[in-house]
Design a protein around this ligand. Structure first.
Ligand code: NAG
Ligand code: NAG
Length: 204
């Protein structure tokens, strides 16, 4: 991410910090709004959560490089929340930034990456329409997920090994949709300490 963009992102995150006081959300969401959930149970390797329906702004990128695809997706969504929408409205940053990965679906085994930001609750369900035709509003239905958390700066090698650890921790009765998974990142690039990342498998 370029220095200028990082500064802009920091300004948005700092602004959201002043404007919002969301006490009930998990600690790792810090000052940002994030999806609410209930924890069904927890093991040393993962937790099972239940999420209600939520609304997101998203874009899909077909590519082979996670870092490049997620940056490209992030930039489009950042433009949407910066005012490139039907109401020229600045929209608060939320957490996490999620990326649904459908491995090997595109030509030449390219992955289908869908990067999303949660629409702030006060704008759901009537969020401004994106101006970019490749950006769209959609919902994630109520669902249960197996969630594994990990610290630090995430990258492709790291989340693949965490996904493998999650798969290994689940037994035959805990079935999930193995055709896709999500990565979730809760921090801006400036947060150095106590960074929080997750891998989500959707239970079926
Ligand atoms: C990416 O995956 C989604 C969900 O299966 C699908 O609707 C979409 O058409 C795919 N995009 C491309 C370009 O293949
Ligand atoms: C699978 O894991 C769950 C959660 O840890 C546990 O309750 C259940 O007994 C396990 N089932 C089997 C067949 O090991």
């Amino acid at each position: 991410m370029g220095v200028l963009k990082e500064i802009v992102l920091l300004a948005v995150l700092a602004g959201a910090c002043v404007a919002r006081h969301v006490a009930k959300e998990p600690e790792f969401c810090r000052h940002l709004e994030c999806p609410k959930y209930t924890m069904d149970y927890q093991t040393k390797d993962y937790e099972k959560r239940s999420y209600p329906l939520s609304m997101w702004v998203s874009t899909t990128i077909i590519g082979v490089h996670y870092d490049k695809a997620s940056q490209e997706g992030f930039d489009k969504l950042f433009s949407y929340i910066s005012g490139h929408n039907s109401e020229n409205k600045k929209i608060a940053m939320t957490a996490p930034v999620i990326d649904r990965v459908i491995p090997g679906q595109g030509p030449d085994c390219a992955d289908n990456f869908t990067v999303s930001f949660m629409v702030p609750f006060e704008l759901q369900p009537n969020a401004p329409q994106p101006m970019d035709k490749t950006v769209f509003l959609s919902t994630i239905p109520a669902h249960q997920a197996y969630v594994r958390s990990y610290p630090g700066f995430s990258n492709e090698a790291k989340f693949l090994s965490e996904a493998e650890a999650l798969a290994n921790a689940l037994n035959a009765t805990q079935s999930y949709d193995s055709s896709f998974y999500y990565t979730a990142g809760y921090d801006s690039p400036f947060t150095i300490l106590e960074r929080h990342n997750e891998i989500w498998f959707f239970a079926v």
